[in-house]
Design a protein around this ligand. Structure first.
Ligand SMILES: [Fe+2]
Length: 203
């Protein structure tokens, strides 16, 4: 069970900063990215964009919100995102647990995510629909791991602060209420890995 006192302390700490560098997650990131590239080629249908139809009815309100992005000029050509949870049946890689066990989370979901060059995930706040429904916890948190060394043109904007120049395995976290934008304006694929779960005090 999560220790609510320490969860409160951690969430309060996150409220005070745009984002927090948590730690560098150990792993063979070069081979993990290769595994992800293979999975992407095998399952391109896990790609979505601002025209996406939800595979889950509960996701409907979220995709209705995409109208604001379409009205702003986002299209299927500049908002593509591929992730292993892009369809009902999650794709799983064998090293997911090795990564997640380095984080203070339980009931976690590991989601490798790809943005190809020219794609943007516009301004949003994470919803955590699946975990909220399944855990009822108020301490759901997402850690973001950068799977490769930073390349020029790869950015995140979190609470209006730029996050860039990361190292492979660097893991960041921010308060769940924080708006953010992810963009690949570079020349190479940008791979990140979300680990989302319920905060627990000790690992
Ligand atoms: Fe997000």
């Amino acid at each position: 069970m999560p220790d609510s006192a320490s969860a409160n302390i951690f969430f309060k700490k996150l409220k005070k900063v745009p984002f927090l560098f948590f730690k560098n997650i150990k792993g063979d990131w070069t081979s993990y990215v290769k595994d992800c590239e293979r999975l992407y080629k095998k399952h391109p249908e896990y790609t979505s964009d601002v025209n996406a139809k939800p595979w889950d009815k509960k996701g409907k309100s979220m995709t209705d919100d995409f109208k604001v992005y379409r009205d702003a000029g986002y299209t299927k050509h500049n908002s593509k995102i591929w992730k292993t949870t892009g369809k009902k049946e999650k794709l799983t890689l064998e090293w997911e647990e090795k990564i997640a066990e380095q984080l203070p989370l339980e009931n976690y979901i590991v989601t490798p995510t790809l943005q190809t060059p020219g794609q943007t995930l516009p301004y949003h706040v994470d919803q955590f629909l699946y975990l909220k429904r399944n855990t009822n916890s108020e301490y759901i948190l997402r850690f973001l791991i950068f799977m490769s060394e930073w390349k020029s043109g790869h950015y995140l904007l979190v609470n209006d602060e730029i996050l860039h120049k990361w190292r492979a395995g660097d893991c960041y976290v921010w308060h769940p209420d924080s708006p953010h934008i992810a963009s690949n304006n570079g020349l190479e694929n940008k791979w990140t890995c979300n680990v989302t779960g319920v905060y627990k005090a000790k690992i």
